[in-house]
Design a protein around this ligand. Sequence first.
Ligand code: SF4
Ligand code: SF4
Length: 172
Amino acid sequence: MGEQEMMPEKEERTTEVDFSTMILSSLTLCYQCGTCASSCPVAKITSRFNPREVIKLALMGEKREVVATDAVWFCCSCYNCQERCPQQVPIAYVIYALRNIAFKEQHNPRIYSEFASAFMNEGRIVSISKFAEKKRSEYGLPPLQPVGVEALRKLLSAIRFCESQKIKETSL
Ligand code: SF4
Ligand code: SF4
């Protein structure tokens, strides 16, 4: 497949933007009932994350409060909130859209940069440690083989993944 064929068409990129806009526009359906917060397993264990609060801040246009803090990175994508929301707000998708905005504006946690670098360089988000190699050997498992990264890099280049690596690391 030639490089030209691998690059997304301009029209497709526009559709992606429209999708994010559509997701975020669904926020206006929210009437702040709190069902999402009471269903969220993350909100149960930390006061640093509350999906109802994220939706409220986004609705109020408090962009900095939403994307420049660590709140949107706490969601574990369990979809409890989304399944139970009486207004069918696609809350997890809203959080993904907000993460994309945060990433583009260089507010991502450092660990994601590390995952991305390892993925680009080794084809895995977590490097194979000496400890893992030793344990595999002890359990009679074969050594992990290097991943061929050339094809992967072509794909990542086609979706402009490398550009997203020009990011400032935050102190999460
Ligand atoms: S459950 Fe739905 S309507 Fe209720 S606060 Fe959450 S997003 Fe808003
Ligand atoms: S999808 Fe995210 S916000 Fe929704 S309940 Fe699960 S962890 Fe909470």
